[in-house]
Design a protein around this ligand. Structure first.
Ligand code: C5P
Length: 224
């Protein structure tokens, strides 16, 4: 079972838990807890159950709040405070809001010994419409400059993971959504330089989520 609050790479898998009810969330998490390094939750689950779900999930694995925080520094601060007071290990924020917003998120996270991941590029087909290669790289550079723990880069475009890795070097972590349901491959994404793949629907919608998580774990292990 993953350490309650510490984000450590063991399997290289983060579960994106976008179910909307508590019973399913806890059942799926319990079934795969030893196969994943963290559970990523977002608006679907938190709006469905409330923020109290964090402490329940934290018994199994560190929780990452994917709220893609994107506001003025003061509002970002208030959101991040709620996230970390609830017991999350990390928060995902947007970088396009600029240096002051980003640094406020990092400052607030650090006060709680928490981590910040910055979205450098979305993983869906329309994700590169506004996030041009140059803008993504600039956001990755800002993330490094302002002390983020890592960035979010698309498993659906492993070549972009590689390019963004070159921008941040080994200083920051990369977490990559888009494996499975969105068509990305776990092996290709890790080979491109990601530290963790984020997998949602292909695990939580599977008849046997544990079997699916195990398949991804084995796929990553084969690379070592
Ligand atoms: O179900 P699936 O595996 O596609 O889930 C991917 C998860 O990663 C979802 O929670 C989605 O909101 C999130 N995400 C993403 N692309 C980004 C950032 C987050 O797919 N760039």
């Amino acid at each position: 079972m993953a350490d309650k609050n510490k984000l450590q790479r063991k399997t290289g898998i983060i579960l994106a838990l976008d179910v909307t009810d508590e019973a399913s969330a806890l059942e799926i998490t319990a079934a795969v807890a030893d196969l994943v390094d963290a559970v990523k939750i977002g608006y679907p689950l938190v709006l469905g159950t409330g923020l109290s779900i964090v402490s329940k999930l934290s018994k199994y694995a560190p929780v990452i709040a994917d709220f893609k925080v994107a506001d003025i520094p003061n509002t970002d601060h208030l959101i991040c405070e709620h996230v970390f007071k609830a017991g999350c290990a990390a928060v995902i924020v947007q970088g396009f809001t600029g240096p002051d917003s980003l640094s406020e998120c990092v400052k607030t996270a650090t006060a709680f010994d928490g981590k910040v991941f910055v979205v450098s590029e979305m993983s869906h087909p329309g994700g590169s419409y506004f996030f041009t290669d140059e803008i993504s790289k600039e956001i990755a550079g800002l993330s490094r400059k302002y002390g983020a723990f890592g960035i979010v880069a698309p498993a659906t475009r492993p070549e972009r993971v590689k390019e963004l890795r070159a921008v941040i070097g080994d200083d920051l972590k990369i977490i990559s959504p888009g494996v499975g349901a969105q068509g990305g491959s776990a092996a290709d994404t890790i080979k491109a330089g990601a530290d963790w793949v984020i997998v949602g629907r292909s695990i939580y919608n599977a008849e046997n989520p544990r079997d699916e998580a195990m398949k991804v774990k084995v796929e990553i292990e084969k690379l070592i």
